[in-house]
Design a protein around this ligand. Structure first.
Ligand code: NAD
Ligand code: APR
Length: 250
């Protein structure tokens, strides 16, 4: 443990409010490949422009639905790692002092006990209707999914509306209330830990800049260099599951 590590521990002890911004690297040690790891990342095997977009889904609903079904099956098997549990344990010991903001859709923070994690990109285990429900405007009823065929997105038998994964796709707006809560946490915190994200995607990555501008100390935890190293006061070159338990223990 380096002088940097000791300094971060001191900032943590003195912090009134801590925000933790996490990305795919937070779940790497749970066995979920990150998006941008060239050799194993999801984007190495699929073309994101084809799959993680609304146009892609409308063009090939079965392909995209099955890609998410495969990811859901994978994610349902995996467990939170020591990093997720260290964050949740800290929240138990210091209620209300730490806010989790995650770009991940795997639900692992919630599964580890951080039930109020702000999920900027949604949750892969939830669905929502692709289009506004036709009936609601005309008859007060809502679409009811016909889940007869497992390998294609459930469809409303009356108006043909499709169910889609409740995740934010490329080019889509993030859920406004969640993004607003995340911005509040970024402006209010005195320390932000940025864990396991390349910092390539906005507005999530912008939250680290907002925290810095608001006067918080910013610490990156990442085994490799990232686009957010430049906004950090300290960069800890380590993994989530190895670094967070040592950092967050009392
Ligand atoms: P993007 O550059 O298109 O921006 C994402 C969305 O955020 C855009 O629709 C834009 O309206 C909004 N936005 C961008 N900059 C903003 C800012 N400074 N302030 C407020 N809003 C801003 O990002 P992208 O790479 O196309 O991805 C879109 C989103 O979907 C990202 O958040 C990405 O992480 C997410 N995503 C999720 C998955 C998944 O499977 N969960 C896959 C791909 C992308
Ligand atoms: N511990 C901590 N960080 C790790 C670990 C680990 N064990 N393993 C990898 N990392 C780091 C990598 O160095 C990389 O910087 O995690 C980061 C993963 O970056 P990405 O794969 O780009 O994932 P992320 O930053 O979450 O992507 C942002 O883009 O594709 C969209 O919506 C998707 O939420 C995602 C967003």
């Amino acid at each position: 443990s380096s002088p940097d590590f000791a300094q971060v521990r001191a900032w943590l002890q003195a912090a009134q409010h801590v925000a933790v911004l996490t990305g795919a690297g937070m779940s790497a040690e749970s066995g979920i490949p990150t998006f941008r790891d060239a050799q194993t990342g999801l984007w190495a095997r699929f073309n994101p422009a084809e799959l993680a977009t609304e146009e892609g889904f409308r063009a090939q609903p079965e392909l995209v639905w099955n890609w998410y079904a495969e990811r859901r099956a994978t994610m349902a098997q995996v467990e939170p790692n020591a990093g997720h549990y260290a964050i949740a344990a800290y929240q138990q010991r210091h209620p209300g002092r730490l806010t989790v903001i995650t770009q991940n859709v795997d639900g692992l923070h919630q599964k580890a006990g951080s039930t109020d994690a702000l999920a900027l990109h949604g949750n892969i285990f939830q669905d929502r209707w692709l289009d506004l429900c036709f009936h609601a405007r005309h008859s007060g009823r809502v679409c009811a999914p016909d889940r007869a065929q497992a390998d294609s997105p459930p469809r409303c038998p009356d108006c043909g509306n499709l169910l889609r994964p409740d995740v934010v796709w490329f080019g889509e707006m993030l859920p406004p209330a969640t993004l607003h809560a995340a911005e509040q946490a970024a402006q209010r915190c005195t320390l932000m830990l940025v864990v396991g994200t390349s910092g390539e995607v906005y507005p999530a990555a912008g939250l680290a800049h907002q925290a810095r501008q608001a006067g918080a100390k910013v610490v990156v935890v990442n085994p490799h260099d990232s686009d957010l190293d430049g906004v950090a006061h300290i960069v800890l070159r380590g993994t989530a599951a190895q670094t967070l338990p040592a950092l967050l223990c009392d």
